[in-house]
Structures are given as C-alpha cells and as structure tokens.
Design a protein around this ligand. Structure first.
Ligand code: ATP
Ligand code: MG
Length: 328
C-alpha cells in the first residue's frame, strides 16, 4: 500500500432535495433524497494521473469536493498518505491541507476579479504562512508565473485582462503555490477552445513530471482523458462501474457502459469505425432504476440485472461491476 497516496473507501453522499417542510406536509410529499455518490472505493497512486469519467450528473464533482474537503461525506473514509481526512485534528490537518489543491473548470469564476494576479497567487502562501516576508512572497509569485508559461510582469494585472487559457494558467499557478503533492482537477479544460485545451494539458503534464505531482483528473470527455490518464475510473449514477489501466480501458473495455462511451468518441484514427451516440437518457437519480442502474440502457442486461445490484469484481486488470462483463 505504500505507493498509494489517496485511498477512498465506500464514499457516499446523499443530498436532501426535498421541498421545505411546510410544503411537504401540505402537499403530503415524502422526503426526497438523491444518492449522488454511492459506495465509491478507489486508490490513487503516488505520481499517477487517475481520471474519473462519466456523463453529466454521475457524481464526479461531488467526489472531487469530498476529497478536498469542500463537501462532507454521508459515509465512507478518505485517507491521504495514510492519514484519515475525516479525523478532526488541528495542526496536523493544517499541515495536510497544504499538500493538496483543486483546479476548477471555470477559471473566471474561481479567480477573484477584484484582486491583482499577484495577490491571487500569493493567497495560499499567506493562508499557510509559507513565505515570511513580502519580498519573498513576491519572488515566489514571479517564479510561479514563469513556471506556468507567463511573464513575471503579468502579476500586476487583473484576471479580466487575460484570455481563458491564461486565466487557467493563473489558477494552476495559485494551486501550485503551496507546493502541493496532489491536485484535483475538475474539468480543467472543458471551458476552453480545443487548441488552448491542448496547451493547458501539455503544461499540466510537464508540471507533473517536473514537480512529481499526483492528479485526480475529472472529465466527461474520454478523448481528453486518453492522453492524460495512467488509470481510469468510469462512473455511472454515482457508482464506479469500471476501473482499469488507461491503455487497457481503450483496448479492452469490459463494462457495457464503458463500451458505449468509447463508441461515442469521434474516430480520430480514421479507421472507418462508425460513431454511435450513447443510447438512452441518464435516469433520474432521485428515483434510480432497480438492480443494476444501467440496465435500462444496457444491450446485454438480463432479468437478473433488473433485480440485483452488481458489486465490483477485482482482478489484476482493475475492477468491473457487471454480471455479464467479459474480457477477464
Ligand atoms: N448541492 C447539491 N444539492 C443537491 N443535489 C446536488 C448537489 N450537488 C450535486 N447534486 C446532484 O448530485 C448529482 C451529481 O452531481 P455532480 O455535480 O457531482 O455531477 P458531475 O458528474 O460533476 O456532472 P457534470 O459533468 O455536469 O459536472 C447530480 O444529480 C446533481 O444534481
Ligand atoms: Mg461536475
């Protein structure tokens, strides 16, 4: 277990999406609960990029937020480098908090528009009391700006003076300023043009090599993940349905949902393969289907799949939660 940096066990998050109490009583409605993340277990190894993929609403951001502590878990356990993140503890938690950061999809929303870039990037340094003097902080900010491919002089500008790609570079510089080992990236390039996307992904990969970072990389786009991930976890309605080595997942997808997602990727290799849109709609998570929640969309579902919930079967190659999956 020593090369595991983050270990997530049976992570679950339930949202109460009921109407206010009085409305419920008058309209005689039951409480409505939404199971956004359902018993997810995974491990992220030191130095790797672990990607989480899945359609909108599958629970990707909810998992990310629980890992970085922006959202509490309803159940389960997260260990960071062997330390229980849900254990209350003052100084130790503070030291730990410095070791991971998050990058969001929309760099405009995540950067304070009234602050100059210098101040934005220096914020984690202040928060964690990392550089003692103002001039040391300033020097560190300049280094960080250059590290992400910008000019040290850009620090005096405001976020609105930059393009989307540059703003994401600023967000990356800020995330790196506390010298973290682990970065959770929630759709870091989804809001950017394709050409800019590639630049940011390359930057993230270079930084990973240079600084030995570990990434949890979240995306709904398998073609982006393909170039970034060492291992991939596929989420469907809050459940992890398959985990596999990145290359292996593309070569030999085992879960029918993974196969469906792969078939929907544009054929960049020009093999003449037909591109199929994913069949069916994602069910309402407040009232999910019985048994395996994928069964209404699944081409190989049996009567058994409508009744029973498949648990993950582990093997050398990873894990898959399907009664009918082949390719072991
Ligand atoms: N604060 C909240 N209150 C109630 N329901 C929520 C809340 N946050 C998320 N949800 C619900 O939880 C489910 C998972 O949402 P989440 O944002 O994690 O999905 P996602 O995979 O990140 O989707 P996307 O690709 O659209 O970002 C969805 O059904 C969503 O509506
Ligand atoms: Mg999301």
């Amino acid at each position: 277990m020593k090369d595991t940096l983050v270990n997530v066990e049976n992570l679950t998050r339930i949202f109460d999406v009921s109407k206010p109490w009085l409305n419920r009583v008058i309209e005689r409605e039951e409480k409505k609960l939404l199971l956004a993340v359902n018993g997810v277990s995974l491990e992220i190894r030191r130095g790797e990029t672990f990607a989480l993929v899945g359609e909108s609403g599958s629970g990707k951001s909810t998992i990310a937020k629980m890992i970085v502590g922006l959202l509490s878990a309803s159940q389960g356990k997260i260990d960071f480098d062997g330390i229980d993140l849900f254990q209350p503890g003052g100084a130790e938690m503070r030291a730990l908090r410095q070791r991971y950061q998050m990058i969001f999809q929309d760099p405009f929303a995540s950067l304070n528009p009234r602050w100059r870039v210098n101040k934005i990037i220096a914020e984690p340094l202040r928060k964690f009391d990392m550089e003692s003097s103002e001039s040391a902080r300033h020097k560190r900010v300049e280094e960080l700006l250059e590290l992400v491919g910008m000019s040290a002089k850009d620090g005096v500008k405001f976020p609105h003076e930059f393009s989307g790609g540059q703003r994401q570079r600023i967000a990356i510089a800020r995330a790196l300023s506390s010298n973290p080992e682990f970065i959770v990236c929630d759709e870091p390039t989804s809001a950017l043009d394709v050409s800019v996307q590639a630049q940011i992904l390359n930057l993230m990969r270079d930084l990973q090599d240079e600084l030995g970072l570990t990434y949890l990389f979240i995306s709904h786009d398998l073609s982006v993940v393909r170039h970034m991930a060492n291992r991939i976890g596929v989420l469907y309605l809050g459940r992890l349905v398959e985990v596999a080595d990145g290359k292996e997942l593309f070569r030999n997808p085992r879960h029918p949902y993974t196969k469906m997602l792969l078939n929907a990727i544009p054929d960049l290799d020009m093999t003449g393969r037909e591109v199929a849109r994913p069949d069916g709609e994602i069910p309402n998570p407040i009232n999910p289907p019985s048994g395996c929640t994928f069964h209404p969309r699944c081409p190989i579902a049996t009567e058994y799949c409508k009744r029973e919930i498949p648990s993950a079967r582990n093997s050398e190659a990873g894990s898959v939660a399907c009664f009918e999956a082949t390719g072991d």
